[in-house]
Design a protein around this ligand. Structure first.
Ligand code: SAM
Ligand code: SF4
Length: 329
């Protein structure tokens, strides 16, 4: 049965977090005192495969993205990618690329074609401040390697006022140098990430800033896309803005999520979860649980009030207790 919510939206895309640990500790994603799941609490490779298969074969999911935490810290990440590739879906992986160089050939052999890589700055010192770990050189080298090996690469930059908004043009310049897709993401509020409206560098500001230097052309967005895409005419790469805070794009959302401990979420911002893994371990049929979870999906932002200034207190109060690192972006 197709997964349709009570607003008539069909869901075809699934993000699977395979681990909640990470080898970076980005300030906007991971609280200082983050506790991680124990090994036995994580879905095993077999359980991931069983659940994913059900989503694909019984519920018409056509797109899977593996994420985390940092998916590549899990020793069997390559095997999981191979399992997912065999499901015949459009497959992607989101990574911080800290160890991507050693995994790349294995991932390509496993059938991976799409990579989302996070990079918020070109400055090594700034990287250390944002990620609370050293790593710029490794990440940058891996991005270039992935491009060289012919993967479709999207680079995600979380733009924060007073932190890295002065580098937006450098990231746009990257699309002149390479056939890469850069995504500027508005800083979103999650548990423990010290979000404040004043730290959000908005979609309008980003576009104004880029437009003051370059002529930009709007591209046609995929109907389910979360991003508004552009390019500088004649340049090989493209860029986009993900404007969750100032212009949420929930209208055509077709995304579902599974946390590393097998809890299903129908929205990044929801506070409601369905424990698929425990049911699976008890030997129950989880298909009805999946269908009920999708049906209950809110029209917008998991039921949060919009991120309007006058609603800010309410939003911060109503946020899910999960930080981004344990949701899986
Ligand atoms: N570790 C991997 C990585 O960093 O790409 C995958 C997991 S990470 C949670 C997925 C994506 O979420 C990253 O691109 C990250 O930049 C983004 N992200 C995390 N916290 C965010 C926030 N507060 N606002 C916007 N994007 C955020
Ligand atoms: Fe780790 Fe990715 Fe979160 Fe950074 S954004 S702490 S790399 S999960």
């Amino acid at each position: 049965m197709e997964l349709t919510d009570r607003h008539g939206r069909k869901h075809r895309s699934l993000r699977i977090s395979i681990v909640d640990k990470c080898d970076l500790r980005c300030t906007y994603c991971m609280p200082e005192d983050q506790h991680f799941l124990k090994r036995e609490e994580l879905m095993t490779r077999k359980e991931i495969s069983t659940i994913a298969k059900l989503f694909v074969e019984r519920h018409g999911i056509t797109k899977i993205r593996i994420t985390g935490g940092e998916p590549l810290v899990r020793p069997d990440a390559g095997d999981i990618v191979r399992d997912m590739a065999q499901l015949g879906v459009s497959l992607g992986l989101t990574t911080n690329a800290m160890t991507l160089d050693r995994h790349l050939d294995g991932l390509i052999a496993a059938g991976l074609k799409n990579l989302n890589i996070s990079l918020d700055t070109f400055d090594a010192e700034r990287f250390k401040k944002i990620a609370r770990r050293d790593g710029f050189d490794r990440v940058w080298a891996s991005i270039l390697l992935a491009l060289e090996k012919g993967l479709r690469v999207k680079v995600n930059m979380v733009v924060m006022r007073g932190v890295n908004e002065d580098e937006i043009l450098r990231f746009v310049e990257f699309t002149r140098e390479h056939d890469v897709h850069v995504r500027f993401i508005e800083f979103m509020p999650f548990a423990g990430n010290h979000w404040g409206r004043e730290r959000v560098y908005t979609y309008a500001e980003m576009l104004g800033h880029i437009g003051s230097v370059h002529t930009v052309e709007k591209l046609i967005d995929d109907p389910h896309s979360t991003a508004k895409a552009y390019r500088v005419p004649g340049w090989p790469g493209t860029f986009a803005v993900i404007s969750t805070v100032t212009e949420p794009f929930c209208g055509d959302c077709d995304r579902l999520r599974l946390t590393a401990e097998g809890k299903m979420r129908n929205c990044l911002f929801t506070r409601e979860e369905t424990d698929l893994l425990s049911a699976l371990r008890r030997g129950e049929d989880i298909a009805p649980l999946i269908e009920a979870n999708v049906l209950a999906k809110h029209a917008m932002l998991g039921g949060l009030p919009q991120f309007k200034p006058e609603k800010e207190e309410e939003v911060l109060h109503d946020l899910s207790e999960r930080p981004m690192v344990s949701i899986g972006g």
